[in-house]
Ligand binder design. Structure first.
Ligand SMILES: Nc1ncnc2c1ncn2[C@@H]1O[C@H](COP(=O)(O)OP(=O)(O)OP(=O)(O)O)[C@@H](O)[C@H]1O
Ligand SMILES: [Mg+2]
Length: 253
């Protein structure tokens, strides 16, 4: 079988932050990675190793010092802010750790917001119904954001990230604020969505259990890719053991 096309290709990506006049903190130091369409990938690594920085570069929220980020055939590191905003809205689904929902809008309008921004609201209803069904939020779509639970907020944020049929979904700790049961639910929803829409998921997590739902785990350390663990034909449980084992060997997270 022909292997699916690469959806994300990162080459020699570097980023540092200025910390003093002539001093910069190197955060990402030559990251190379390739993600195939439809893959579920988790990025793990110690706090401060650059996971969110990497997400911000891929989503174009921040710009790289050097290197290349290709999403399909588009080089995004050379885009200006407004080009990137348009590209992001039509190609990337973003899921933030703090959900980033608008409290003045109800659940449905939050989900449809990306379509309103591009005047595409008329295209959304069928997709909206389909996503709500998969995420089990059909009954809460008229509710205010302030009146729903953390898990429901997370699912609303996932629905909003999907409404534009993005080529890739970027999620920074999508289960970071959730208890074990909600974490399991969200990862199962994300797996269902991956299957239903062939959506590619690239997520940051500290949670080995959440990572075990993915096809591969990329471990970052000291601004570099330390290792890539593949689930291959293993069950989720066996993959979870491999992740635990690896993290133990390198001295935990
Ligand atoms: N805007 C910024 N200006 C200066 N330094 C920054 C900025 N953003 C991040 N950093 C620094 O870059 C490093 C990487 O930060 P980043 O947020 O990418 O880490 P992380 O791996 O996501 O950590 P965590 O697991 O705690 O979320 C940290 O040392 C952080 O202090
Ligand atoms: Mg982070």
């Amino acid at each position: 079988m022909e292997s699916p096309a690469d959806i994300l290709k990162i080459t020699n990506l570097s980023k540092s932050y200025p910390i003093h006049k002539e001093l910069a903190l190197p955060v990402l130091q030559g990251i190379d990675l390739t993600i195939k369409a439809g893959e579920l990938t988790a990025v793990m690594g110690p706090s401060g190793c650059g996971k969110t920085t990497l997400m911000n570069l891929i989503s174009g929220v921040d710009s790289a010092d050097s290197g290349s980020i290709m999403i399909r055939d588009t080089e995004i590191t050379t885009m200006n802010k407004s080009q990137m905003a348009v590209f992001r809205r039509s190609h990337i689904g973003l899921i933030f750790q703090d959900f980033n929902l608008m409290e003045s809008l109800n659940v449905k309008d939050n989900i449809l917001l990306p379509l309103f921004l591009d005047n595409h609201s008329q295209y959304g209803e069928e997709m909206f119904q389909k996503i709500c069904k998969i995420l089990s939020i059909c009954d809460i779509t008229d509710k205010n954001i302030t009146d729903i639970s953390g898990g429901e907020k997370q699912r609303t944020a996932i629905a909003r990230a999907l409404i534009n049929h993005p080529q890739i979904i970027l999620a920074d700790e999508p289960t970071g604020n959730l208890d074990a049961k909600s974490t399991k639910d969200v990862m199962e929803y994300l797996t269902d969505i991956n299957r239903e829409f062939q959506a590619t998921l690239f997520m940051v997590t500290h949670d080995s259990y959440a990572a075990s739902y993915c096809d591969k785990v990329i471990l970052l350390k000291d601004g570099k890719v330390l290792s890539v663990l593949e689930k291959a034909q293993n069950s989720r449980k066996i993959f979870l053991e491999h992740i635990y084992e690896f993290l133990k060997q390198i001295g935990g997270e």
